[in-house]
Design a protein around this ligand. Structure first.
Ligand SMILES: [Zn+2]
Length: 138
């Protein structure tokens, strides 16, 4: 299965470029929290937003997901366990106070980038270094 899936796929790169163009800075391909072994594609550490770009095949996209004809049962099990792991990852992150944004590789990059931008700006607005209430007043 050396399909070169996880890292630096085209949709991922396009999305990173667009998000970067909007002035957002992020880490690439790293685990958002230590409890997680899986890596997110874009990690906004301060805003605590993790973005996953899910491949249509590997994450069983309802529109483009397919089951290979040979070894069908094995594949079914494999893809189902991927989906279950995704759900588990989301749960762990949300429990740790993170926002998880999961997009399909087929999703429109501009739409996705806008979604990410608003989430990150919303979450870094209050209580961050840019806020006025840093407690130095008195
Ligand atoms: Zn798809």
């Amino acid at each position: 299965m050396a399909r070169g899936l996880r890292r630096d796929t085209k949709p991922e790169i396009a999305l990173r470029r667009e998000v970067h163009a909007r002035g957002l800075r992020y880490r690439v391909d790293r685990a958002p929290i230590p409890a997680l072994r899986g890596r997110a594609d874009l990690v906004f550490q301060r805003a605590q937003v993790a973005v996953y770009v899910d491949g249509c095949f590997w994450h069983a996209c309802p529109e483009h997901g397919t089951l290979p004809k040979s070894n069908r049962e094995w594949w079914r099990h494999k893809l189902e366990s991927n989906t279950a792991r995704d759900a588990h990852t989301d749960e762990l992150l949300r429990a740790a106070g993170w926002e998880v944004i999961r997009v399909w590789e087929h999703d429109d990059v501009l739409v996705t980038a806008a979604l990410i931008e608003s989430a990150v700006r919303r979450r870094s607005g209050a209580g961050s270094a840019r806020g006025m209430s840093r407690g130095r007043q008195s």
